[in-house]
Design a binder for this molecule. Structure first.
Ligand code: ADP
Ligand code: MG
Length: 236
């Protein structure tokens, strides 16, 4: 479980997170849903260790991780604009995290095969990122993030730059992937439909605070305030 405990963060005078607490269930696919500027990415980056909170704690699987550097948190990241190594093949991109950890070659090859099969890119090992579609590139990014067997997967609007049709496909695909690998996943999105259709739990954010947390159905049926009701009712 990931536990966010009373986390606050300011940038200058601007309050990006105001005393935020959140429990993310082990093995869940949790969506952090809210409008642009509500603080979602800041919270994700603090959970991932890319940013330090001004106050509060991040506890990951019982250990205080607040001051643990990102590379020691066993976390995989995928961002909206994925920075693939352009000069490396799909295979080498996915293998990267394993190669720098000096895993034996055969083991790396086996793991890359397995991962590319999971993300539906089995035949793409020798291609370069420029030869993939946007959707394929994000699937490669997920394979790369999963390669080192992270305990937590942090996805910041991973499908945000794709067109609506591909976005819907990838959203369903992510759900199936999650059902297969069960890694605790936090998905940042401003897309209500995306969150409602695939998340186990949704945390709704607005204005540096978490407004409500619950199962999609619960939030829809019993929104705790007018913001949640209005936001969930919007169709993007
Ligand atoms: P969201 O992901 O929900 O759109 P963010 O967490 O990115 O929101 O940002 C919340 C607010 O904090 C935004 O108004 C943004 O301008 C501000 N902010 C985020 N990161 C920084 C930073 N490094 N320096 C200054 N302001 C920032
Ligand atoms: Mg953001």
């Amino acid at each position: 479980m990931i536990s966010v405990q009373g986390v606050s963060k300011q940038f200058g005078d601007y309050v990006a997170l105001d005393d935020v607490s959140l429990e993310i269930r082990d093995g869940s696919l949790t969506a952090l849903l809210g409008p642009s500027g509500s603080g979602k990415s800041t919270l994700l980056r603090i959970i991932g260790g890319l940013e330090t909170p001004d106050s509060g704690r991040i506890v990951i699987h019982g250990d205080d991780a607040t001051n643990v550097p990102p590379q020691k948190r066993e976390i995989g990241f995928v961002f909206q604009h994925y920075a693939a190594f352009k000069h490396m093949t799909v295979r080498d991109n996915v293998a990267f995290g394993l190669t720098i950890r000096r895993q034996p070659k055969e083991k790396v090859a086996e793991r890359v095969d397995e991962l590319l099969k999971i993300v539906g890119l089995a035949g793409y090992q020798k291609r370069y990122p420029s030869q993939l579609s946007g959707g394929q590139r994000q699937r490669m990014a997920l394979a790369r993030a999963l390669a080192v067997e992270p305990r937590v997967l942090l996805l910041d609007e991973p499908f945000g730059a794709l067109d609506a049709k591909v976005r819907t496909e990838l959203r369903e695909w992510l759900r199936r992937l999650h059902d297969e690998v069960h890694v605790t996943t936090l998905l940042v999105t401003h897309d209500q439909e995306e969150a409602m259709s695939i998340a186990d739990d949704i945390a709704v954010m607005d204005n540096a605070r978490i407004e409500q947390v619950g199962h999609p159905r619960e939030l829809y049926d019993n929104p705790s305030n007018p913001f949640v009701m209005g936001f969930l009712g919007e169709v993007s």
